[in-house]
Design a protein around this ligand. Structure first.
Ligand code: C2E
Ligand code: CA
Ligand code: CA
Length: 612
């Protein structure tokens, strides 16, 4: 081949080898491979000036290049890295310092050629045959091209790395914004976004969705008793379980503390079919939660209450879907039998009514709209042995409202504490008047009803004693009625309190007895002095009913435990006769008297002294 043609084709082929490859390693390997064959090399080596992350070093002083061996072809025969060869290292330093192409004849007759890749490194060729100067010259533009190609690659790669790092950071930030830190489930914000999308899609595609709101039962008690680390671990385990049953159609989120949301989308428009799927899903969720779990050596069995809400619905805005499912969940929590509730509009109405009551009860306390009625209690000789104070509220518009309506509402908030305190103060003041008038010998005590929240108040005993002392009344004349379930729920604490009050002369009675779940073993340990048989067992006690059988049992139980037994809600002579025959000698009920205002109650009592 003619020399000129050879040079042109060599240049062409090498230039082609400097292709558009973006991987630096591949680019150089390919280039060297072509040089190897076209220039009959015995070895070739590339040294690059780079810092660790692939960016070119900023060059101030050429001598300060950090050069690293990048690749050698073929591999070292002795298996050593090429850069360990002193000759190569020395030569490469010389090329760098010369900042130009140089050559060197080795003792074995072979030649080393060093070519500068401007700003990027050097390439060293080893040949058995000396290059003609024309070839050396012809290679120069090729190395320039290679150099700029290397530069683009390095810049491209560093950009790529930076983009990847930024993407990773964005991904991490996005993950953190959407997930709960403790459980790794979706967080409240994200589930709201998902709900917005699901709601929109349900309208677009004409199908249904369902938002399931889950609240754990008694989780707070676990947290308080076992510590937050146990609580956290339990939450994590439950989250893992819920996550395991999640799918594209069922997304799971932690809404807050011990509340979770499960968003079920793409349900059939046919409501019965949708309901069927929801029922199955909820069953599955409940089973998942109910599975026992061990944590720090203790076994836990958790239960939950579930409220759910379908969407879209004509008169429900998207922003209301979660709050309404939450309302249904709380309804389920309150219910003794149903642990799953579908949202119904009446639930919201009830909440509005409740909120209105709470507001009005606060006003009632301020405006003195409450008063106490007294229902006398009798013995077999028709003598008054005491009375129960019953709250009455003469509402300006609703007129007389039954305590059965508003006491449970007040009990859900701390308002019951204010109302309970008002009752205690008023009853003590009334009792003072009774004592001043000279109570008949048969009169034992005036009782007030005490709510669970009151009893759990740390200063409850002090409040009672303070009011007794303030009015200078005899403690034995004041009685407290506590319901059976309240006593069982915080058993040890209640027993201590009842005993302390008893030491101060104040007796407690067990109200609504028979409706709760206390067992004989519990009852034996409660230091109360009176059992009040619930009205439901007194009704028709004279007939052979189940209630009658229970009443008989309660009476013999009270007698056996040396407690007084009082029957509530005695309405007929027949009921009274039957109670007498069963050994119950204390009564309260319409047969004797309805609850009456204090003045009317005074009129019923045969006082021994005249009012001052
Ligand atoms: P309770 O403690 O079981 O009170 C007895 C209820 O039975 C009273 O209803 C009383 O009026 C009613 N009653 C008495 N004898 C008869 C009868 O022969 N037949 C019928 N049908 N009913 C009779 P009231 O006053 O409506 O109170 C209802 C509930 O409200 C009370 O049940 C008690 O749980 C609660 N409550 C009333 N006052 C207070 C209070 O001051 N504090 C607290 N915490 N709860 C109160
Ligand atoms: Ca009572
Ligand atoms: Ca009662």
């Amino acid at each position: 081949m003619n020399k000129a043609l050879f040079i042109v084709s060599l240049q062409h082929e090498l230039a082609m080898a400097v292709n558009n490859e973006f991987d630096l390693d591949k680019l150089l390997k390919h280039f060297i491979k072509v040089c190897f064959t076209r220039l009959s090399l015995s070895s070739a080596h590339v040294y690059l000036h780079q810092n660790g992350n692939g960016r070119p070093i900023v060059i101030d002083d050429q001598t300060q290049f950090q050069t690293r061996h990048f690749l050698s072809v073929p591999k070292n025969k002795e298996g050593k890295a090429w850069q360990d060869t002193t000759i190569l290292i020395d030569f490469s330093q010389k090329v760098i310092q010369a900042q130009n192409d140089i050559s060197f004849k080795q003792t074995n007759g072979s030649f080393l050629y060093g070519f500068d890749l401007p700003n990027h490194g050097i390439i060293i060729f080893e040949t058995r045959v000396e290059f003609e100067p024309i070839i050396e010259k012809a290679l120069q533009p090729i190395f320039n091209k290679l150099s700029s190609s290397c530069y683009s690659n390095i810049v491209y790669n560093s950009l790529l790395l930076e983009m990847q790092a930024r993407k990773e950071a964005d991904k991490r930030a996005m993950y953190e914004a959407q997930h709960d830190t403790l459980t790794g489930l979706f967080n409240q914000r994200h589930i709201k976004d998902l709900l917005e999308q699901a709601h929109f899609q349900a309208i677009e595609k004409n199908h249904l969705g369902c938002l399931i709101f889950l609240g754990l039962s008694r989780f707070k008690a676990i947290n308080d008793e076992m510590g937050h680390s146990v609580g956290d671990k339990i939450l994590m385990t439950l989250a893992e379980r819920l996550n395991a049953i999640s799918s594209e159609q069922l997304q799971v989120a932690r809404f807050s503390g011990d509340e979770f949301i499960l968003l079920l989308s793409c349900l059939p428009k046919h409501e019965q079919k949708a309901q069927h799927i929801v029922d199955e899903t909820i069953l599955n969720i409940s089973k998942t939660i109910n599975l026992p779990l061990t944590c720090e050596g203790s076994l836990f069995k958790l239960t939950c209450s579930i409220g759910y809400n379908f969407f879209p619905q004509n008169n429900m805005q998207q922003k209301d879907i979660i709050p309404f499912a939450n309302i249904a969940m709380h309804e389920a929590k309150r219910s003794a039998s149903l642990k799953v509730q579908r949202y119904e509009k009446e639930m919201s109405d009830k909440i509005h009514l409740k909120n209105a009551y709470v507001k009005e009860m606060k006003q009632a306390l301020r405006n003195d709209e409450f008063c106490l009625y007294y229902q006398p209690q009798y013995n077999q000789n028709k003598e008054i042995i005491g009375a129960e104070a019953l709250l009455r509220w003469y509402h300006p518009t609703r007129k007389m409202v039954s305590p059965e309506v508003y006491i449970p509402i007040a009990e859900e908030s701390s308002l019951i504490l204010d109302i309970g305190l008002w009752v205690l103060e008023q009853a003590c003041q009334d009792l003072k008047i009774l004592e001043q008038l000279g109570l008949p010998a048969s009169f034992k005590k005036l009782s007030i009803n005490v709510s669970p929240k009151q009893l759990q108040q740390a200063n409850f005993k002090d409040l009672v004693l303070f009011n007794v002392e303030k009015n200078k009344i005899q403690p034995k004349h004041l009685g407290l009625e506590l319901t059976e379930n309240l006593l069982v729920e915080s058993f040890d604490q209640s027993i201590i309190l009842i005993e302390e009050l008893k030491k101060q002369g104040i007796d407690c009675s067990i109200d609504d007895f028979g409706t709760g779940y206390s067992s004989l073993s519990y009852l034996r340990r409660i230091p109360a002095s009176l059992l009040k048989i619930d009205r439901s067992f007194v009704i028709n006690i004279d007939q052979q009913t189940e209630g009658a059988a229970i009443a008989k049992m309660i009476i013999s139980l009270g007698n056996a435990l040396n407690m007084d037994v009082l029957a509530e809600g005695v309405e007929t002579k027949e009921e009274l006769a039957c109670l007498v025959s069963l050994g119950c000698y204390q009564y309260q009920g319409y047969l004797f008297s309805r609850p009456v205002p204090f003045e009317d109650f005074l009129a019923l009592l045969p006082f021994s002294a005249t009012a001052k």
